[in-house]
Design a protein around this ligand. Structure first.
Ligand SMILES: [Zn+2]
Length: 72
């Protein structure tokens, strides 16, 4: 008897789209330019020593900052 995998719903943010959202499922702050995002990342580093990356989002086509992608 063959098993069929149920089709997964595609409504949840997955993969690269998930980078638009924070861990609480809320949209992250977005920046219109890379330099704005980098300024924010630098401010976060200055204030709290957090190492953040700026990246362009494939979901909203603006810029976000976030921790470098790691497993923790
Ligand atoms: Zn986004």
């Amino acid at each position: 008897m063959k098993r069929r995998r149920a089709a997964k719903p595609v409504t949840k943010p997955l993969g690269r789209v998930a980078s638009h959202f924070n861990r609480d499922g809320l949209p992250k702050n977005s920046y219109r330019t890379q330099s704005e995002a980098q300024s924010a990342a630098q401010l976060a580093w200055t204030l709290s020593g957090v190492d953040l990356d700026s990246y362009r989002c494939d979901y909203c086509f603006q810029w976000h900052i976030g921790k470098r992608f790691r497993d923790d």
